[in-house]
Design a protein around this ligand. Sequence first.
Ligand SMILES: N[C@@H](CCC(=O)N[C@@H](CS)C(=O)NCC(=O)O)C(=O)O
Length: 230
Amino acid sequence: MAIKLYDLAGENPDRRFSPYCWRTKMALTHKGLEFETIPWRFTDKEKIAFSGSERVPVIVDGDQVVADSWKIATYLEDTYRERPSLFGGVHSRAAALFINSWADTVLNPTLARLLVMGILEHLDPGDRDYFRESREKRFGITLEEFSADVEGNTKALRAVLEPLRLTLASQPFLGGDTPLYADYIVFGSLQWARSIGKTRLLELNDPVEAWRSRLLDSFGGFARNAHGYW
Ligand SMILES: N[C@@H](CCC(=O)N[C@@H](CS)C(=O)NCC(=O)O)C(=O)O
């Protein structure tokens, strides 16, 4: 039976923009597991209440329910051991947790400033007030103030990506010759940007852009075929 994934969607149910759900979709695809996605909106809390989480991704795999993208990745790795590894071993799994924490605490907050207005624009109308109120409470300023300095925020993003850029100068993927979950963590953030942001955030000659393009094309263009702008 196919694994079910609750996946954040916009007004257009095909616009899937959660960076964390993208990590999970890439992980499921890497493992070659059959899955179906259920479009979920921020205010659909009761639909995932059974999981004990108020956030997506949530997966249902038979009688197993797992919430949180990192927990899902480790669950898939430990449950489907005979399938292609997401981490390539226990030591690289331990190091991937650092990348997960970096993406959550440095990369995503930097991107959020560039993306909040695009998110608002693409949200289901029923989610818009919730999104504005919850985020303005979290940031302590209006969304317009939070996102005002587009030039500065774009520069900050490119600077934050420098460790990735340096790494990709000597290897095609964070996983080495082939992509691993570490790649999907960071790629998920760029899928967030691609799915709701009309502005290209990376220069075409940036090695990060070349890496992103390789991942967009991976698995028969799975990610490139998703709704997005660039
Ligand atoms: N640490 C969690 C974060 C998940 C998360 O923040 N998901 C967002 C969507 S991108 C969400 O469901 N937010 C619900 C809300 O803000 O009410 C993970 O890695 O899965």
